[in-house]
Design a binder for this molecule. Structure first.
Ligand code: ZN
Length: 450
């Protein structure tokens, strides 16, 4: 990856109005990591080739099955997956993104972006030549509310590192090990694990993220504990204010969309040749994405743009698996979607992930996490109108449904103890999580609307 994703004059108008971190940025280290594994162990190439062949065969079988069994799309997503966020930062780094509250807001906005893009509900422009190729992954994501040990959780764990800590190189897997100063993944057959940290690199520039597909982690690295997604703390979530710090043009949550694509087996759309060494011989293993020689990086190309002969109607640079600005990404292709969904059928690496709906709920009998600051909710169950009694220092109340989507958010300016009446009748019947953000953390309680 030799071209750098830099803040340029092209976006100076935007930059003038927003706070950005204007250093050179490399989009994603996934290929670099795979290449470095093969460089150390040449036998890994055969493992990678076998893995790729296996994925393509399974996707082809699934494509045939789907063509023969076309079913009416329902409103609910077919695959619902519980997320576990592991955040490893210094207090100063956490403060850069607005402290605990800022982190929490970015997590919520990130999940909204994932749920929009992975249900093809985004409205970004797509050239008419590709409009019919936009696929719907049919996946939804939400915060886990039950931990592997059965206790309650908000799905986000935070480890504050000492002030001298800078971050983790993309090759430093101690991020994913509690015993080595990081945070272990939760049972990765049931949770999709995401680490948020400062990704450092000695090769210059800045890495936004990287991902290990489950089988790739198991087969090539021999360590299933490494599977999951890592995203830099300045490249996750969606910008909601001009004063927030983000990497240049990486403020719409698309880094994680891209990394989830890798997690579900997708290659970069130009193949997996390192950026800057482009050729038209390698491919992404997906039939409906036209060949392209190299990444489109640090830009928003104008359609049509072609680099390889017979690559009609041109490059699909608005694909999530290219390197264009977040704002210029718009789609997964149908072929990519089939490939991702083949992870959920027999032989797939994520076959058990969507089978854990219980993880979205609080465990019975557990109503709040380890906080001294109590909250009380009455009546519970309710008809959608209830009263929350809270303690000193309350800053914000957020009510989420069981997929982690925000139903209501109430800022609290007078931070004295008191009560507030909340109405979520419009959200419908079901179970909700009330998350009360205090200065020292979040207290959660479930409420049932019936
Ligand atoms: Zn990538």
């Amino acid at each position: 990856m030799k071209k750098l994703f830099a803040g340029t004059a092209l976006c100076s108008l935007l930059m003038a109005a927003t706070v950005v971190v204007a250093q050179d940025v490399k989009k994603c280290a996934t290929d670099e990591l795979i290449h470095s594994i093969i460089a150390k162990d040449p036998s890994a190439q055969a493992k990678l080739d076998a893995y790729e062949k296996d994925v393509q065969q399974r996707a082809a079988i699934l494509a045939t099955e789907q063509a023969n069994n076309a079913t009416q799309k329902t409103t609910a997503s077919k695959y619902s997956i519980a997320l576990a966020f592991h955040v490893v930062l210094t207090q100063a780094q956490l403060d850069q993104i607005g402290g605990t509250q800022g982190l929490y807001n970015r997590v919520v906005s990130q999940i909204e972006v994932l749920n929009t893009d992975f249900n093809a509900q985004n409205t970004d422009a797509i050239p008419s030549a590709f409009a019919s190729l936009k696929g719907n992954p049919d996946m939804s994501f939400g915060l886990a509310h039950t931990k592997p040990d059965g206790s309650g959780t908000i799905g986000i764990e935070i480890l504050i590192k000492p002030a001298g800590f800078t971050g983790y190189e993309q090759t430093d897997n101690s991020l994913k090990r509690t015993s080595a100063g990081g945070l272990d993944p939760w049972d990765n057959s049931r949770y999709l694990n995401i680490w948020i940290t400062n990704i450092t690199t000695s090769s210059g520039g800045e890495i936004l993220g990287y991902a290990y597909n489950p089988k790739l982690a198991s087969v090539m690295l021999g360590d299933p504990g490494l599977m999951g997604v890592v995203v830099d703390f300045l490249a996750f979530g969606k910008r909601s204010s001009v004063v927030q710090q983000f990497f240049v043009n990486a403020d719409k949550g698309r880094t994680m969309v891209h990394e989830f694509g890798h997690f579900f087996t997708l290659n970069h759309i130009w193949g997996n040749t390192s950026v800057g060494n482009g050729n038209c011989n390698d491919d992404d293993g997906v039939d409906d994405t036209p060949r392209q020689s190299d990444a489109n990086q640090s830009n928003c190309p104008t359609f049509p743009k072609a680099s390889c002969i017979n690559a009609n109607p041109g490059e699909m640079f608005m694909n999530y698996m290219d390197y264009v600005y977040d704002a210029c990404m718009a789609m997964f292709s149908k072929g990519q979607v089939t490939r991702m969904q083949s992870e959920f059928v027999t032989g797939g690496g994520s076959i058990n992930l969507p089978k854990n709906i219980n993880l979205f709920s609080w465990p019975s009998g557990v109503e709040n996490v380890s906080m001294t600051n109590e909250i009380d909710v009455v009546p519970n169950p309710s008809n959608g109108i209830f009263t929350i009694t809270y303690g000193n220092g309350l800053k914000q109340v957020t009510i989420n449904n069981m997929l982690g989507q925000v139903v209501k958010q109430i800022p609290v300016t007078n931070q004295q103890s008191g009560t507030m009446s909340v109405n979520i009748i419009d959200a419908g019947k079901g179970m909700y999580t009330i998350q009360c953000l205090y200065n020292e953390g979040i207290v959660s309680k479930k409420v049932i609307v019936q």
